[in-house]
Design a protein around this ligand. Sequence first.
Ligand SMILES: NC(=O)c1ccc[n+]([C@@H]2O[C@H](COP(=O)([O-])OP(=O)(O)OC[C@H]3O[C@@H](n4cnc5c(N)ncnc54)[C@H](O)[C@@H]3O)[C@@H](O)[C@H]2O)c1
Length: 317
Amino acid sequence: MKNIFVTGASGFIGFHLCLYLKKQNYFVIGLDNFNHYYDVNLKLSRQKILLENGIEVINGDINNEELLDKILKDNAITHVVHLAAQAGVRHSLLQPQDYVSSNLKGFVCILEALKKHPAKLVFASSSSVYGLNQKVPFSTEDQTDHQTNLYGATKKANESLAFAYHHIYKIPMVGLRYFTVYGPFGRPDMAYFQFTKSILEEKTIEIFNNGALQRDFTYIEDIVKGTAAALDLNADFEIFNLGNNKPVELLKFISILEEKLNKKAIKKFLPMQKGEMLVTAADISKSKNMLNFHPQTSIEEGLGHFVKWYKEYYSSF
Ligand SMILES: NC(=O)c1ccc[n+]([C@@H]2O[C@H](COP(=O)([O-])OP(=O)(O)OC[C@H]3O[C@@H](n4cnc5c(N)ncnc54)[C@H](O)[C@@H]3O)[C@@H](O)[C@H]2O)c1
């Protein structure tokens, strides 16, 4: 039996993970601070669905150490999935302190809480840790010393902080480097979401680096299965890539989206954005071997699910 605490539970990945874990009959409780980085109504919609499925999401901040202690203790938590973070590359150029607060200070609060109430930790890292790495696909064996933005640097710091606490306090920990996760109830700040909105509203979409970018888009259902497998893993400390292992050119991605929406995009080509990476591509051999991680969803199928959800969700307002 697992008693699982999920931070960032009203976020995109947290929401889907909580539903999945609940279906496995585990006890699941969440925490989220419902910040205004993107549409809070979407976070509240996710919270409502979670509640309907018997999952409480407490409104609170990971920097509240007393609250963390109470949640871990009162619920006899055995596993923590730490997903709460300030995400986004562009925002890190504008509001750097948000990343310091949630991704650095907040991360240490989680580690300190685990020091008092030991539980297995699975935490979200990111493909952004690979930064300027040239060798593709990115392997967890590769050096990760040159992040291209503050967000990526905080995620790399999380891996280092986690290892140090694991080393001293022997708490089992798994870090998951997620690669561009997409799907229903996704994040409105991400390009695929904004492209969909703009194409439907016949507004111009901005394409950086003239479209010469590649992303290893990974469907949410595959990510959730990989994350749940990390909870089951019997390991001291491990880092995994969770990606699709099939990078897609941005222009190809847009043409698939146009097809799913049955509408052409109005494109504006712009130079490379500061802090962006040219390519993300995951080597998932270690995840296949140790987590039995085999992503199943093609970009065509996954975008189809996303577009269907998007149209239904936004037609109800
Ligand atoms: N979605 C992706 O493509 C992707 C890729 C790589 C890594 N990640 C990582 O995965 C995790 C989940 O990402 P997501 O896409 O679901 O993002 P999300 O923004 O939808 O979810 C994060 C949730 O955490 C909450 N939160 C933020 N700071 C908090 C704090 N201080 N206290 C309590 N709650 C707080 C937010 O309100 C949000 O609901 C994050 O750590 C993110 O960095 C995501």
